[in-house]
Structure formats: structure tokens, C-alpha cells
Design a protein around this ligand. Structure first.
Ligand SMILES: *[C@@H]1O[C@H](CO)[C@@H](O)[C@H](O)[C@H]1NC(C)=O
Ligand SMILES: *[C@@H]1O[C@H](CO)[C@@H](O)[C@H](O)[C@H]1NC(C)=O
Ligand SMILES: *[C@@H]1O[C@H](CO)[C@@H](O)[C@H](O)[C@H]1NC(C)=O
Ligand SMILES: *[C@@H]1O[C@H](CO)[C@@H](O)[C@H](O)[C@H]1NC(C)=O
Length: 387
């Protein structure tokens, strides 16, 4: 891992390797060519120490690489998994080809009531990604896989620095077994401020009206959380247990508010509330609905190192997330990906993988401005469509 990290770093480095130059006069050459016996002994001892160090460190190397041993990996490989995607017909989902084949793809097409298979329809295009996620949970409640990841259709976005396929490949399923809910986002901006929803007189009240009204509509038997903090942007991984903590009827009640055209419905959110707003409400509650408690904000370090197996570097990097002109990412963001290729054993696969990675970043960087523009347009369209 260290070696390849250095290799990657060297590819980005602008420093030239040091050159060995000949001494430019004979006097110096003479001085250099004279090597006292003590120096030879020192060099020999140095080499010996180095060889010993290598011998000691080599067996340890595997302990520091993201996946050690194949047992856990194999067990998780056999587990059933679904990738649930809320997407649009026009969205480019070619990134799906980088998702390991063991993941079943459940792609919902928000804007097509009769999508050609294997595309899946939603009952009504309301509530943004919430409609796709909830429809999946309800329709598959009785045969849920061991693990599910709920995502948008974009490969990358302002709120998700690494490409989705990278996040999914790096997802630590052992950690998911323990925690049952893991946000796909490591960054803490936009959500991890502790927001008081219940007390509108609180000086830090978020100003988003009717959150508790909405909460009581979807989970009438549970108190509205006093404070909420969460990892932004409604993409997460969960276990079957997390979904089964609530009954199918519960999930149907949770989906109910967006089953109608709520564009001009004043039921919650006040006059002019849109399904956009409906989706925004769900976004702030997913972690609670899925059993992670009202305050879900694991540190950036924990997220990167444990949840995503040490393979994530960009996400949570506040320097990297600053906009540079029209571009929203920085090519300094490189992931060390040793051992994470689940489709093939280590070796050439890793070489290939790093190649993929570098070309991905190169491409992303050159297209960043263009993509950002397209994203803004798509965002405006989605907002107009009410998703
Ligand atoms: C996983 O599946 C393979 C092939 O079906 C099987 O040989 C192996 O024993 C399974 N491993 C586990 C840990 O279940
Ligand atoms: C879709 O995205 C892939 C890679 O992300 C790119 O190579 C391809 O050209 C895109 N296709 C279209 C039609 O934009
Ligand atoms: C409101 O938020 C600010 C900034 O995060 C914080 O310093 C302050 O303590 C908060 N006030 C209360 C009453 O919680
Ligand atoms: C995966 O998660 C487990 C449980 O939290 C942790 O012990 C392990 O170190 C993690 N693996 C990686 C590669 O980070």
C-alpha cells in the first residue's frame, strides 16, 4: 500500500528525479573515488540493517492493507446485495459497469411510468429520491437482501467527491454489520450542525418550518427529535435489519405524504410546498427512520478509515471541496485502492485499477467545468419537474 501510494504520488509530482552528475574537475573526482575502509563497513552495516528492516516489515504489510485475508471478504461476497438507484431516463449511468457483479441493480426511473426492463417505475414522480427508496423498501420488504445501498443516478456530484462505484467498492461491510446504517458521505458540511427542529424560539432554529408536523405525519407514535444532525444528501448503505426495524405498513405510512401530487398542497410545508420540499424533509430523517438515532455524524476520519476501508481521500477534504472557478474538485484527491478490487485477486488487477483511477481523475478534472454546468442545468430541470 505504501509503495503504491508513493507510486501514485510520484505520478502527480512535478519534481524530477535527482540526476547523478559527473564531477567537473579531476580534483573532486579524486576525492570522491577515495573510500576509506571505515566507510565501506558503515555502508555494509547500513545495507544489512535495511535488509533486516525489510524482512521484518514485509509480513506486516498485509496487516495494513485494506483487506487482510479472504475469509471475511468471501463471506461478504456471497451475501445478497442491492444497489437501489433513483435516476432519470437521460442520466448517464455507464458508471454501473464498475460495480462488482454481485450487486443486483435496482434502477428506478423517476420520469418514466413504464420504463423498459430492467428499469423500475415509481408510482408517482414526487418526493425526489425518497419515492424510489421507499417504493423499493415496500415492494421488496419480504425478500430484502442482506445489504442495500441507496443512491442517486449520478456518478459524482458536489456532495459526493469520489465516484459512486469507488464508494461502493470501498464500503466496509463488516462495519455495516455492526452499525446497520452508514452514510455514503464522509464530509460534515451541511447537516452536521446540530439543528433544533422542535423549538422554533431557539436562536439556532433551522428556519425550516413544519419539520415536526411532517414527522408526526409519518411516525405518529414517536416523538419529534429535539435536535437533528446528519450526513447530507440522502445516500446511504443499510442492512436488512435496519429496514426491518419498521413494518411494511410503517414504511407505507412514511411514503404516504408523497403519494399524491403535493405541488400545491398546503398540508405541510405551507402554501407553495413542492415535492422538492417533501424530499428535503425525508433527507433529514433517513438516519432516524433507519435506526441510527437523531444525531448521526461519525467523524470524517472514521468514515474514511473504517466505513470506507481507508480508500477515500477526497470526501470530507474541505480544501478539495472548494470550487475552483467552475470546477468542483481537485485532482489532489486520489484514493489508495490496494486490495479493493473485488472482482479479481491482487496483482495485475490492482495495477489496472490504479490506471482506471488515474484516468478517472484526469477525465473528471478536464470535464469538471463542463459537468458542473450540466449538473446545474439538470438540477434546475429536476427542480422544475418537482423531483
Ligand atoms: C461462497 O460461495 C462459494 C461458491 O458458491 C462457496 O464455495 C463458498 O464456500 C461460500 N463461502 C461462504 C463463506 O459462504
Ligand atoms: C457517460 O459517461 C461515461 C463515463 O462516465 C463517458 O465515457 C461517456 O462518454 C458518457 N456517455 C455520454 C452519452 O455522455
Ligand atoms: C448556535 O450556534 C452557534 C454556532 O454554531 C453556537 O456557537 C451557539 O452556541 C448556538 N447557540 C445555542 C443556544 O445553542
Ligand atoms: C472494517 O470495519 C471493522 C469494524 O468496524 C474494522 O475492525 C476494520 O478495521 C474495518 N476494515 C477496514 C479495512 O477499515
Amino acid at each position: 500500500m505504501l509503495l503504491s501510494a508513493a507510486r501514485i504520488a510520484s505520478l502527480f509530482s512535478t519534481k524530477k528525479p535527482p540526476r547523478y552528475s559527473r564531477p567537473d574537475n579531476n580534483e573532486k573526482a579524486d576525492v570522491l573515488s577515495w573510500t576509506p575502509p571505515r566507510r565501506i563497513a558503515q555502508t555494509f552495516l547500513g545495507l544489512l540493517a535495511f535488509a533486516l528492516l525489510v524482512l521484518i516489515l514485509l509480513p506486516l504489510r498485509s496487516r495494513f492493507s485494506p483487506f487482510h485475508g479472504t475469509d471475511i471478504d468471501q463471506q461478504h461476497r456471497n451475501a445478497s446485495k442491492h444497489l437501489v438507484i433513483a435516476s432519470f431516463t437521460a442520466q448517464n449511468v455507464s458508471w454501473l459497469s464498475a460495480i462488482p457483479s454481485e450487486w443486483g441493480i435496482m434502477r428506478y426511473l423517476m420520469d418514466d411510468p413504464n420504463p423498459p426492463p430492467p428499469g423500475l417505475p415509481v408510482p408517482i414522480n414526487q418526493g425526489r429520491e425518497a419515492m424510489a427508496y421507499l417504493t423499493y423498501m415496500i415492494d421488496h420488504y419480504d425478500d430484502l437482501p442482506d445489504y442495500m445501498v441507496f443512491v442517486h443516478g449520478h456518478e459524482r456530484s458536489w456532495h459526493q467527491m469520489e465516484p459512486l462505484w469507488m464508494k461502493i467498492r470501498a464500503l466496509n461491510l463488516t462495519a455495516l454489520d455492526e452499525e446497520n446504517y452508514i452514510s455514503l458521505r464522509c464530509g460534515v458540511q451541511m447537516g452536521c450542525e446540530k439543528i433544533p427542529y422542535i423549538d422554533t424560539r431557539h436562536p439556532n432554529w433551522s428556519g425550516e418550518d413544519h419539520m415536526c408536523e411532517f414527522w408526526r405525519t409519518i411516525v405518529p407514535h414517536e416523538e419529534c427529535p429535539r435536535y437533528v444532525s446528519y450526513k447530507c444528501c440522502a445516500q446511504h448503505a443499510v442492512t436488512r435489519q435496519a429496514v426491518r426495524k419498521r413494518s411494511k405498513e410503517d414504511w407505507m405510512r412514511i411514503r404516504e405524504p408523497i403519494m399524491h401530487d403535493i405541488h400545491d398542497n398546503a398540508g405541510f410545508g405551507g402554501p407553495g410546498a413542492t415535492s422538492w420540499l417533501g424530499g428535503m424533509y425525508y433527507e433529514k430523517f433517513w438516519h432516524i427512520l433507519l435506526g441510527a438515532g437523531p444525531e448521526y455524524c461519525p467523524s470524517v476520519e472514521r468514515c474514511r478509515q473504517v466505513h470506507f476501508s481507508n480508500a477515500i481521500i477526497c470526501d470530507g477534504d474541505t480544501d478539495a471541496t472548494t470550487f475552483e472557478g467552475d470546477a468542483w474538485m481537485d485532482v489532489r484527491c486520489v484514493s489508495a485502492f490496494d486490495g479493493l478490487d473485488q472482482d479479481a485477486p491482487a496483482g495485475p488487477a490492482i495495477e489496472r485499477f490504479h490506471g482506471e483511477l488515474l484516468s478517472t481523475y484526469a477525465r473528471v478534472r478536464s470535464e469538471a467545468g463542463q459537468r458542473h454546468k450540466m449538473q446545474q442545468e439538470a438540477y434546475a430541470r429536476q427542480k422544475a419537474q418537482g423531483v
